[in-house]
Structure formats: structure tokens, C-alpha cells
Design a protein around this ligand. Sequence first.
Ligand SMILES: [Zn+2]
Ligand SMILES: [Zn+2]
Length: 360
Amino acid sequence: MKAAVLREVNRPLEVEDVETDQPGPREVLIRTGATGVCHSDLHYVEGKYTIPMPVVLGHEAAGTIEATGDQVTYVKPGDRVITCLSVFCGHCDRCLSGRPNLCRRPDVDRSDSEPPRLRQGGTRITQMAQLGSFAEQMLVHEHAVVKVDDDMPFEQLALIGCGVTTGIGAVLNTAKVEPGSTVAVVGCGGVGLNCIQGAVLAGALRIIAIDSVETKLTLAREFGATDVIDASGGDVVQKVRELTGGGVDYSFEAIGTKETAEQCFEMLAAGSTATIIGMIPEGVKIELDAGTFLRRERKIQGSSMGSNRFRIDMPRYIEFYRQGRLKLDELVSQRLRLDQVNKAFEDMKQGNVARSVITF
Ligand SMILES: [Zn+2]
Ligand SMILES: [Zn+2]
């Protein structure tokens, strides 16, 4: 099968022939229908996070089950699925305490003594997040998929696989935003826009979108922002304080930089919570004035894949979409072929797309 392979940091991905192994016990082989291109894919291309190479990136996908291995009862060939990088074992303490997105992940990947899922001749190829969706096929553990109805287009389903679940989940599951509250979202790309629509679903009274790109602020309004702040115009924290008379109840960081993370806790009212979603590069430290920050019960927390329980959450998001309460079509900025994946990264760096989707 064809897959886009990354061999070296800061090099273009090359579409190459890659061999997929047969599904082993509890594994399923998926024919990829569509995959979004997410900012975390770019982080690996740029070397901000490390991963064994060569690697097939991509982790925001949907497709059709083509074959199943032994002991798979959840899906059968022909079923449509969304993949999720929150593959769960179902029996560790994190899973059993209701937080499968934080699974310790024993027993969900092949061991080093087993043949790899992907290879080129004798060379093992890594699957990003145990998925590797920039490929015509994905061989994954059955606990990395949720079965969905077959009347939804793959493009929209794929977006639910990461960006939608990350953004909405951060609001509904991680922060548990209450009706009537005031929310700020810093960064209005794919994830930030989904934070905004999560805040709408949660019944937030005021949703302040912050970005330095005008087209993204326009999109943010379409997704439900009640106020926008152009970050290129200077002191964002001061502007939020003026707009709200002292700070927000919840802030969300959806870019992944030290500066925006610090802005997110500096704009909080007393007793409020900052949720950091963006992937801040390894080794970066953020600073806060502990005296003023902690004294008035301000909190800061991470959010991993929207604290999802994706087999519950994703079908709900589909239903919200059907009811017209969730925008998915508007997130698709452009459709590309697999051999155009590098263009998706270039456009992402320019900052003028919500999501590029590769279709097969
Ligand atoms: Zn992602
Ligand atoms: Zn587990």
C-alpha cells in the first residue's frame, strides 16, 4: 500500500510502498477513507517532538474495516470507524477509574519480538500514535476505533478523530464549563474553533476568541464567539480584563507556546481555571507569579485529547452535527490527495487553513 513516510526532521514526506502485516489477535485492518492534517503531525516533522523514524504520521482519520484478527468481536469487515489515538487497554487503573484517555497502555501494541505492523523489507516503520493515517491502510488495535453509522462522509468523521474531540472535550470533559460562564480561547485554528463550539454547547454566556489572523477571527465568530481580540494589536491580557471587568472564568490555550500559555493564566478571574491544550515543545518551562496566581484559587491544568472516552463522545458529536448544533463542514478548508501532504503542512505554517483533509 502507499503511505507518506517521514525519514528525517524538516524533510518533505515521500509517498512510498509500505507493507502492512496481517491483523493479529485483537487487531483490525482499516481502508483509510480520509485523514485530517493536524498541528501535532507538523510538530514531529519539525522535530519539536521526537519519534523513531522512518515513520508514517497522521492520526485524525476515518475509514472502513477491511479485515479483523482473532478475538475481535466489536467490528466486522464493512463497518465504518473513526480512529482515535487514545487507544485504551480497558483493564489498567486509569481505564477502570473512567479515564481511558490516560491509559497506561499495556497490551495494545505489538512487542519488539513480534513482527512490526508496518515494514519496508527488513525495516520497521513506526506508526504515529499507533495509527499512521497518512496511508491507504491502517493496522490498529481494536480499542483504537469507534464504530459509527455509514451515512456520514469520511471527511467529517475524520475531523472528529482528533481536532473536534480535543477542542470540545477540553471544554466539556476537562474544564467542565458551566452555563453562563465567560470563556476565552487563545488560538483559533482547528482545535481552537472546536473549543469555541464546545463553549457554545456548554452554554457559555460570553466566548472571547483571540488570534492574530483576521480570517480566523471571522471563522471564530461563525463558530459562536461573542467577542474577538486581534492579538497582533498588543496586550491581550489587558484587553480581556477590560472586556470582562477583571478576567474570565475559563481560558483555553490552543497553540502550544510559552507566551500564550502564560497569557491564559494571567487573564483568569479569581477562582478560575486555565486549560492548556496546545502541545508546548518538550523542555519549555512556563512561569507564573505564584503569589498572585495561587492565592485567589486560580488553577492551571493540561488536557489530553479532550479527556475523551471516545466511544461515548464521538457518536454524540455525530448526533450534534446531525441536529445542526456542531459545525464540521465549515472546518474543511481544502481537500488534498496523499501526495499533496506537504502542501497541507505549508498551508498550516502560513496559518490560513482550519483543516486540510486528505481523501483516498
Ligand atoms: Zn491531532
Ligand atoms: Zn488502560
